[in-house]
Design a protein around this ligand. Structure first.
Ligand code: BV8
Ligand code: ZN
Length: 236
């Protein structure tokens, strides 16, 4: 841990990649770990445009229940440690796969949301996107002023990531001296591809995760444990 702390302290360009695991201690269920969201549902059934086309109400019931649960949670020590780290770095980018908005609530500023934001909605007819924070929503599926149906402002399987966001994430990763990977099973692409990209660019890669991931054995350091406990030890 001491060596990893020094790498992090000495680096001037840092990128952090987070997944559902960093929000677990806030009480937000992960996707694939114990009690994961996908246990009750299969990703293919819900987080795809086809599922939404087939049964928009069912997909909205899932998102509305997640939003309602999220409205009651707070960022945890892991989110706060990353917000502290950002204040000390000349170049810092937080790349997240999470859609819960907890990084911003903890004070992180330069956040790239690869998979969108559960607090935004987009009209399938006129394309207008806006914030919508009411929980629960008054009607499912919610409607746009133009009469079109609103969808969650997130990226589903089979959908491209927001172009500019992905480009900025790649660019930051190529310049990183240290990549810190926290709370992700590193199984969803292209997000997970940032890990080998950082390794190939010569960055030190440090992982904090409850379970082993496909990259763990090849990293500079891979710590097993909770983000809320490990990050405050790494970022003092
Ligand atoms: C794309 C939506 C191309 C928002 C999500 C075969 C068929 C079809 C597609 C594919 C295929 N093979 C590959 C693909 C591409 C596909 C993909 O990667 N599939 C995977 C499943 C194989 N990717 C896509 O479709 C992407 N788009 O490729 O488009 C394209 C290009 C041009 C034009 C058209 C198309 C889109 C991917 C985005 C999908 N949307 N979510 C939402 O509802 O949330 S993904 C979903 O998984 C979430 O966003 C989540 O963030 C993400 C990754 O999961 P994790 O965050 O890692 O969470 P997980 O539960 O898995 O892991 C948590 C980890 O934390 C665990 O390891 C656990 O041990 C650990 N942990 C738990 N507690 C703690 C902890 N660690 C520390 N502390 C703790 N306390
Ligand atoms: Zn509209």
């Amino acid at each position: 841990m001491k060596q990893a702390r020094e790498w992090l302290e000495c680096a001037s360009a840092v990128v952090v990649l987070t997944g559902a695991g960093i929000s677990a201690e806030s009480g937000v269920p992960t996707f694939r770990g114990q009690g994961g969201l996908w246990k009750q549902f299969r990703a293919e059934d819900l987080a795809t445009p086809e599922a939404f086309g087939r049964n928009p109400r069912l997909v909205w019931e899932w998102y509305d229940s997640r939003r309602t649960a999220l409205a009651a949670v707070e960022p945890n020590a892991g989110h706060r440690a990353l917000a502290r780290l950002e204040t000390r770095k000349a170049r810092f980018t937080l790349v997240t796969q999470n859609v819960d908005g907890l990084h911003e609530r903890a004070g992180s500023r330069n956040v790239l949301k690869l998979h969108g934001d559960i607090w935004t909605v987009r009209c399938v007819k006129c394309g207008r996107e806006r914030r919508e924070e009411r929980t629960p929503l008054p009607e499912l599926p919610p409607r746009c002023d133009c009469g079109g149906m609103l969808r969650p402002g997130v990226v589903w399987f089979g959908e491209p990531l927001p172009g500019d966001v992905w480009e900025r994430a790649e660019e930051a990763t190529r310049e990183a001296e240290v990549l810190l990977v926290v709370g992700t099973s590193a199984t969803v692409y292209p997000a997970a591809g940032l890990v080998p990209m950082a390794m190939n660019a010569g960055a030190r890669v440090i992982e904090c995760n409850m379970e082993e991931t496909p990259f763990s054995s090849g990293l500079d350091r891979s710590f097993r444990g909770r983000a809320g406990e490990l990050l405050p030890q790494l970022i003092v």
